[in-house]
Design a protein around this ligand. Structure first.
Ligand code: IVH
Length: 680
């Protein structure tokens, strides 16, 4: 039909396609080439026209439209997906001799008469990401994860303006499938401004541009990612359908043609001397750059030589990261203080004359424990060399000068500086044992609960936690959920709006992911990996609280020592009532990954009390119909068979609301499943 509607639609389709082409082109000129060809106003005009067309004809909308960078619905969790090819790590060194050995190995592998050509480039310190293009359109962006699979964060990556939503095809056709690898970075200037805003709002600053880039990529609401200025530089082809590239150089050229931004200063070199010169040049320029690099990467250029040389399960043998020495600065220890952490451990801390180390102002550094203090002989007033380990955590390396009449060595306190309880010694460390009465420990627990790996409560940083505790607004973690905006506005630093948003931020975390909730509780030994495993295995907080040490040990990586520490914590009455109090506030952790207990469908039975037949016979009858038996009751028990004088197991079953059967009911169940029980 050639009616008016069809004609109207056809011309709208053609115009929309033309506008997209233009907008893609100008986004590339602006964000990738940094050579804008039109004004912002003109760009906005084209953009608005496209929006208008798409609004009038929703069927014109496509995922690679420039209008689709922002606007995805917030997600409740990320999907885990496999990478197109493993995302390997890099072998790394700071040592010139190791670099020489690397070069020797490569030369040997190439054999007589073949000289290597290396591609040398900056090692960007950001978050590694895989981008997948199918028929030229961005279909998937995946975090590195464990190298084999990662989290699908496509909506977030789409918000980065320099990422092509579809490949440019002016100079080169788009392959059917292309997977590239790059680094998401936050520029240092942006990082500093962003951190300043976070602190202003009462939140915890990020430790480094890398952390904030990684944190931004993992936001469930892509609007939040969009509000952070990120960039993405691509340096590798992970997988491609039919390429014929002979070298990395060819690949990088193609990456450029397809419209990606690539790292600056990619060069080629032939010898260790070339590499050293490049390394020294970049190290010298490092402070002047607006992005973090932590070294350089050296890769063999020839792709067929690469295949011959191969990879280990961890890294390619044909590449090496040659890292920079950690950044160091000289400053003075103004004072030595002690800090009481959330577990009561008392740590000496150097209060430093503030100094900027790689874009971050450092004014405190942990001195770990008294042994460390003594070994380095650090005293107030000393001039010291400091560094950021892994370019993140500040450390005092050594004393480089001190005054003639030096301060006396620092003595660790015999009482907790906050609650005055006599300290206890634990190896080289001292500890305040007043777990539930020491306000410093409560403050530490609040900060931990609100931190990014736990409940991630925006606006609840150190200062706010200190205020809540010292003003008596909360005396337990559970009470965080009781705070009202009216209470907060009484205090300096809180306006109506910020008070309301803190309360809202806290309330919004009432259905946390189970692993994050477990981390928030501060259970010893339960970090990210263990929390994830516990959640995956037990599937609910009730099941974890009811688990015995033996059951915990069913999980790979949890041994007897660890299970004991965990159960001791969970069985401690005061811990238990603290947890119950949080749950009583309506906090309902959700296990996003369903429990995988590996049990057959018949279920797990526990037998208790005096049965008419030997217990072993009853257990055998149940196993014969495909069931499992256990010796203790937990929330993952399917039913408990109670005989006469059943005691604590019956009580536990009642508490956990596990089904209770008497012997006759049990026999009936077995018979109904085609089994039999030898009843005397
Ligand atoms: S190549 C198999 N090149 O460094 C080799 N990696 O420590 C793939 N990185 O997770 C990596 N800049 O995210 C390569 N120019 C660069 C890089 C780079 C930064 C990161 C990468 C990786 C980490 C390894």
């Amino acid at each position: 039909m050639t009616d008016q509607g069809t004609l109207g639609f056809e011309s709208a389709r053609a115009e929309a396609e033309r506008l997209r082409e233009e907008l893609h082109h100008h986004a590339h000129s602006y964000y990738v080439e940094a050579r804008p060809e039109i004004s912002d106003t003109e760009y906005d005009r084209l953009f608005k026209r496209l929006l208008e067309l798409e609004n009038n004809h929703p069927e014109l909308c496509s995922l690679d439209s420039p209008t689709q960078r922002v606007g995805a619905e917030p997600q409740s969790k990320f999907k885990t997906v496999a990478h197109t090819a493993p995302m390997l790590s890099l072998d790394s060194t700071q040592d010139v001799d190791e670099l020489r050995r690397f070069d020797d190995r490569i030369r040997k592998a190439l054999g007589e008469g073949h000289e290597p050509t290396y591609v040398i480039e900056p090692k960007l310190d950001g978050a590694s990401i895989e981008l997948v293009y199918e028929d030229g359109v961005l279909t998937r962006a995946v975090t590195r994860g464990n190298g084999r699979e990662g989290e699908q964060v496509t909506d977030n990556i789409r918000t980065i303006s320099s990422v092509p939503l579809r490949l440019r095809t002016e100079d080169r056709v788009a392959p059917e499938l292309l997977s590239v690898r790059g680094e998401v970075i936050m520029y240092i200037s942006e990082f500093q401004a962003f951190n300043a805003r976070l602190v202003e709002a009462g939140g915890q600053p990020y430790a480094s541009p890398r952390n904030s880039a990684a944190g931004s990529v993992r936001q469930l609401d892509s609007h939040v990612t969009a509000s952070r200025k990120l960039d993405l530089l691509v340096y590798d082809i992970l997988a491609i359908e039919g390429s014929g590239f002979k070298s990395d150089t060819d690949g990088i050229e193609a990456i450029r043609h397809w419209g990606f931004k690539v790292p600056d200063r990619i060069q080629r070199g032939r010898t260790v001397e070339d590499i050293l010169e490049y390394h020294a040049g970049f190290a010298a320029d490092r402070e002047g750059l607006d992005y973090e690099i932590d070294g350089i990467v050296i890769k063999l250029d020839d792709l067929s030589a690469r295949s011959a040389i191969g990879v280990t399960s961890h890294h390619p043998r044909w590449a090496l990261a040659f890292k920079f020495k950690p950044r160091q600065e000289v400053t003075r220890i103004d004072k030595i203080e002690v800090n009481v952490g959330r577990t009561g451990v008392i740590t000496p801390v150097a209060v430093l004359d503030p100094v900027v180390v790689g874009g971050v102002t450092v004014s405190r550094a942990s001195l770990h424990n008294r042994e460390e203090l003594r070994r380095k002989d650090l005293r107030e007033g000393d001039t010291v060399r400091i560094q950021r380990a892994g370019d993140v955590i500040p450390q005092v390396v050594e004393v480089i000068a001190h005054e003639k009449d030096r301060a006396r060595p620092f003595e660790m306190p015999t009482e907790c500086p906050v609650c005055s309880t006599p300290v206890q010694e634990e190896g080289p460390r001292i500890k305040c044992p007043n777990r539930f009465g020491c306000s410093a420990q409560l403050q530490g627990r609040i900060i931990h609960l609100a931190s990014r790996s736990a409940l991630d409560i925006e606006g609840l940083g150190e200062e706010t936690a200190a205020l809540l505790v010292t003003e008596g607004l909360v005396s337990s973690l559970a009470e965080l959920f009781d705070i009202s905006p009216e209470q907060l506005v009484e205090y300096e630093g809180f306006a109506e709006k910020s008070a309301a948003s803190l309360v809202e931020a806290i309330q919004s975390k009432k259905a946390p992911d189970l692993p994050q909730f477990l981390i928030a509780l501060g259970i010893p030994e339960v970090g990210t990996a263990v929390a994830r495993d516990l959640s995956g295995y037990f599937g609910s907080i009730a099941a974890i609280l009811g688990a015995t040490a033996e059951e915990l040990e069913q999980i790979d990586g949890i041994g007897p020592k660890m299970s004991e520490v965990i159960t001791a914590f969970l069985e401690d009455e005061r811990n238990r009532s603290a947890i119950d109090a949080i749950l009583a506030r309506g906090v309902e952790p959700v296990a996003s990954v369903p429990a995988d207990r590996g049990f057959p469908s018949a279920g797990t039975a526990v037998f208790t009390g005096a049965l008419p037949i030997p217990r072993t016979s009853a257990e055998a009858a149940w196993r014969a119909v495909g069931g499992r038996t256990a010796i203790s009751v937990s929330a993952k028990t399917d039913f408990v068979v109670v005989g006469e004088n059943a005691g604590s197991k019956r009580e536990k079953a009642e508490r956990l609301e596990v089904v209770i059967l008497n012997f006759r009911e049990f026999v009936a169940k077995v018979v109904s499943m085609g089994g039999e029980v030898d009843v005397p």
